[in-house]
Design a protein around this ligand. Structure first.
Ligand code: NAP
Ligand code: ZN
Length: 360
């Protein structure tokens, strides 16, 4: 049993990887007692983000083992501390990637905690008390209420879970570029996975023309029929890529692996913007010609702030936007991670932590 930080008296059952094989196995550990600003949440569901895969395999060289992944958490509040505002026992709650930040810098003060340089994550982070954070592949979590959001009543708890990371990560760049409930634009989404499929749904809900750029021809029919994509470009098809040149105002790149940005940039109109949210562990190739000939911009973004996360959840409630999920049991996490490696999921695995039905 790990972790001996004082006050960490609550024994929790979870699932962890012990080394870079990434193999997940049951793991019992301690969490802190519910402090004055904390809420305790009985976890019902947790999405399996590709980041979990990067982290359990130590792709980014920063993993502290044993690691309990999971930052797409939904559950029910079972305890609230006396300083907690806006939450009560019984509330449907969500936790994403953020566990702590300094609360004093300009970013924290302007609800962009995600850019605080002392940001700590829900797992594989160091909390204020010096303890290592453990994520949502576990039965229960204690979180500071300022990093918790409400899950609207209209959203099912399983299909809403991936919104807490995948959803807000693609929502924030759209918001930053004035693409929420705004004038119709041509937007592209590269990579139709967990993040990408939510981006398509947002793009359509907000009234845009959405083009998917994918390595998987087999995803086209569903992308169009089920997700509502207007166009589908197979990135290895040079004719389709040629036809797509200079057609898009904005592109969101969600690809988890190494790839060249040159062909993607060519799809942008002059002055267009490419936002990278996918987190390849290798440097991406960035040729200068598509940049300079098209006065194009490449930038990145990490998740979103807490205010944006709640705003995104509320908008999903309003537009009835859910994730397309495949629910798995905790015993099947390794199989699910293996399928995620093989790009065999439509479009997000969600672990049924509580052993409940999806009607919650
Ligand atoms: P995912 O479900 O595995 O989706 C990634 C998609 O990328 C795949 O479905 C596939 O789509 C495409 N792809 C995979 N390998 C490729 C390759 N070699 N070349 C080109 N395309 C490839 O992963 P996810 O959960 O959406 O996460 C995507 C990335 O975003 C990960 O790196 C994750 O760590 C990162 N992430 C970043 C943030 C942030 O805050 N910036 C937040 C969450 C996740 P097609 O089959 O359509 O090609
Ligand atoms: Zn994630």
């Amino acid at each position: 049993m790990a972790q001996t930080t004082p006050n960490h008296t609550q024994t929790v059952a979870g699932w962890a990887a012990r080394d870079s094989s990434g193999e997940i196995a049951p793991y019992t550990f301690k969490r802190r007692e519910n402090g004055d600003s904390d809420v305790t949440i009985e976890i019902l569901y947790c999405g399996i983000c590709h980041t979990d895969l990067h982290q359990v395999k130590d792709d980014w060289g920063m993993t502290m083992y044993p690691i309990v992944p999971g930052h797409e958490i939904t559950g029910i509040i079972t305890k609230v501390g006396k300083k907690v505002e806006n939450f009560k026992v019984g509330d449907r709650a969500g936790i994403g990637c953020l566990a702590a930040s300094c609360m004093e810098c300009d970013f924290c003060k302007s609800s962009q905690e995600n850019y605080c340089d002392q940001l700590q994550f829900t797992y594989n982070g160091i909390f204020w008390d010096g303890s290592i954070t453990y994520g949502g592949y576990s039965k229960m979590i204690v979180a500071d209420y300022r990093y918790v959001v409400h899950v609207p009543e209209s959203l099912p708890m399983d299909a809403a879970a991936p919104l807490l990371c995948a959803g807000v990560t693609v929502f924030t760049p759209l918001k930053d570029h004035n693409l929420i409930e705004s004038q119709r634009k041509n937007i592209g989404v590269v990579g139709l996975g967990g993040l990408g499929h939510v981006a398509v749904k947002f793009g359509k809900a907000f009234g845009h023309h959405v083009t998917v750029i994918s390595t998987s021809p087999s995803k086209e029919k569903e992308a169009r029929d089920r997700l509502g994509a207007d166009d589908f470009i197979v990135s290895s098809n040079s004719k389709q890529m040629e036809m797509g040149k200079r057609t898009l105002d904005f592109i969101l790149d969600t690809v988890s692996a190494d790839h060249s940005l040159g062909p993607i940039l060519e799809l942008l109109k002059v002055n267009g913007t490419l936002v990278i949210v996918g987190a390849s562990s290798k440097p991406l190739e960035l040729p200068s010609f598509p940049l300079i000939f098209g006065k194009r911009t490449v930038k990145g973004g990490i998740i979103g702030g807490m205010k944006e996360t709640q705003e995104m959840m509320d908008l999903c409630g309003k537009y009835n936007i859910n994730c397309d999920i495949e629910v798995v049991k905790p015993d099947d996490i390794n199989e699910a991670l293996g399928r995620l490696v093989r790009n065999d999921v439509k479009y997000r695995f969600v672990i049924d932590i509580g052993g409940n039905s999806s009607s919650l």
